[in-house]
Design a binder for this molecule. Structure first.
Ligand SMILES: [Zn+2]
Ligand SMILES: [Zn+2]
Length: 225
């Protein structure tokens, strides 16, 4: 098995981060070591690799959760739902974007399969459960897209936050695509991410991990404001 870009084990819960596809979108696998129930966040590409992972750890994927519906974060979702019977979950305001996944891919010269049916929506403060255990809180962080969300795993030590394309190490997501807005993304980061504990590890949608403390001190986009 390929080793993950990041991993943490806490209280029987495993978190592993893998970059997938040509855009190296970070896909996060979260699973309970005992029950083997799992959540996949942003299964964007490399279906066979993701299926291998599921097989290797003998997991039952319950939820396919999304920070947002750009094709590089959601490209394998339909197939994974078909294969595992898991639920597709995202913010209400991403559903339109998901319905345009083929056109999105075409803009990047890529052939992407059409969308699946969304089973559940989340909103700010929604909790995400695994085996009846609350493991993540949803933070609505629009600006890259309208329904973009981050997921805060506060029971970990240090805590983790999955930020999608809202916050990267020393950068932020682009705001020139449909639904993007510069002031909104800056507000989302300040209001919902920079208030998290300094030691929180940021798992961004692309690239290496960072911490809230480092981004508060060094992120040039948010510092300027
Ligand atoms: Zn994106
Ligand atoms: Zn992306």
């Amino acid at each position: 098995m390929i080793s993950p870009l990041f991993q943490q084990l806490h209280d029987g819960l495993n978190v592993k981060l893998y970059p997938v596809g040509p855009l190296q979108s970070n896909c996060t696998l979260i699973y309970d070591e005992t029950t083997k129930e799992a959540i996949l966040v942003d299964p964007g590409d490399d279906l066979n690799f993701i299926l291998e992972l599921i097989n290797h750890y003998q997991l039952k994927v319950i939820t396919l959760l999304h920070t947002h519906a750009h094709f590089d974060h959601i490209g394998c979702t339909k197939r994974l739902k078909e294969q595992s019977g898991s639920k597709i979950v995202m913010h209400q305001e991403e559903i339109q974007l998901y319905s345009e996944i083929e056109q999105q891919g075409a803009m990047f010269g890529m052939n992407v399969e059409g969308p699946g049916v969304v089973d559940d929506t989340i909103t700010h403060n929604s909790t995400i459960k695994l085996v009846a255990r609350e493991i993540m809180k949803t933070l609505h962080t629009p600006g890259h897209t309208r329904g973009g969300c981050s997921f805060y795993l506060d029971s970990f030590d240090p805590p983790l936050v999955i930020t999608g394309d809202t916050l990267f190490r020393l950068s932020i997501g682009r705001t020139d695509l449909p639904g993007g807005d510069y002031r909104t993304i800056i507000n989302s980061i300040k209001e919902h991410l920079f208030c998290l504990p300094d030691e929180t590890v940021v798992l961004p949608g692309h690239g290496p991990t960072t911490t809230i403390k480092d981004e508060k001190s060094h992120n040039p986009f948010v510092k300027q404001q």
